[in-house]
Design a binder for this molecule. Structure first.
Ligand code: ZN
Length: 289
């Protein structure tokens, strides 16, 4: 193949070739024909497909979308054929083939792939639903719809109290302190404070999906985690989120356990509501009466 411009010989080599994908102007590093004399660069017919794939991948990287190689890796991790993966995503197999060959998927397909293949992404999605939608007010939520703001504030309340005493507390204690706060408010006023649900775990009551809850708060910059059992408050406690009676309950719960946080684990195991609930089941606030 000779140069159209000067007639000299052209060689196949890596070159920076400009192109356009979905209206986006990009430059990709690809195999192209380059003139040894004047440097004129063009693509041979056989180089067009790889170039198109690289162009689409450059576009995807720029748009924050999964590349064709990443999609193939994800599918292989799930041990699925293209057909099985298409069925799993409820898209046509032609779409999966095109994505892996280099046609960029749209943003909603990209999100679908991530949600159905990435555990962290799926959990974050659950967190968004859970946190934004709230939840039913029933016997397991203490008759109140879940309020992520209040649960976060109750956590901050206890973390600031612990920080004042230079005591290290972590999820183990926070779970129980929150449960006692909700339980005490329910005993006195027939309704919980936060609307959180608690499961019976071997070491006591725990906020349902507490790992996800604490991760989400770390993501939102409300708390920081140091090691397995030290949480640090990153935001101030806002008393305005509570009624005076609720603040009194929070103070009472803290005063009851501040001297010996180990006591709270022992005490929670004696609670009837905890003992009468099966392993890993949600604890009904009705058992508190
Ligand atoms: Zn030339």
């Amino acid at each position: 193949m000779n140069c159209y411009k000067c007639g000299a010989e052209m060689r196949s080599q890596r070159a920076r070739v400009p192109g356009e994908y979905a209206g986006e102007k990009l430059v990709v590093d690809t195999e192209a024909m380059v003139c040894s004399e004047c440097g004129y660069t063009t693509l041979h017919a056989s180089q067009i497909d790889p170039f198109t794939t690289e162009l689409a991948d450059a576009y995807r990287v720029k748009q924050g979308l999964l590349t064709s190689a990443q999609i193939r890796i994800i599918r292989n991790r799930l041990s699925m054929t293209q057909e099985a993966f298409a069925k799993y995503l409820n898209v046509g197999v032609a779409s999966v083939k095109r994505w892996e060959l280099g046609k960029a998927q749209d943003k909603s397909s990209d999100e679908l792939i991530r949600l159905k293949s990435n555990l962290a992404r799926a959990e974050q999605n659950v967190a968004v639903i859970k946190f934004n939608q709230g939840g039913e007010a029933d016997e397991f939520s203490g008759g109140r719809g879940f309020s992520v703001i209040k649960l976060g504030q109750v956590t901050l309340f206890f973390l600031h109290k612990a920080a004042e005493r230079r005591a290290a507390i972590g999820p183990l204690h926070i779970n129980k302190l929150c449960w006692y706060a909700d339980a005490e408010n329910y005993r006195h006023r027939g309704v919980s404070i936060t609307g959180a649900r608690y499961a019976r775990l071997p070491w006591g009551p725990a906020i349902d999906d507490y790992r996800m809850v604490f991760r989400e708060w770390q993501r939102r910059g409300i708390i920081a985690a140091h090691g397995v059992d030290k949480l640090e408050p990153l935001q101030p406690f806002q008393p305005d989120a509570f009624q005076p009676e609720e603040l009194e309950i929070l103070e009472n719960v803290w005063n009851r356990f501040k001297g010996g946080l180990r006591q709270i684990v022992a005490d929670s195991h004696k609670e009837k509501a905890w003992r009468q609930t099966g392993h890993a089941e949600l604890i009904s606030f009705r058992l508190l009466k």
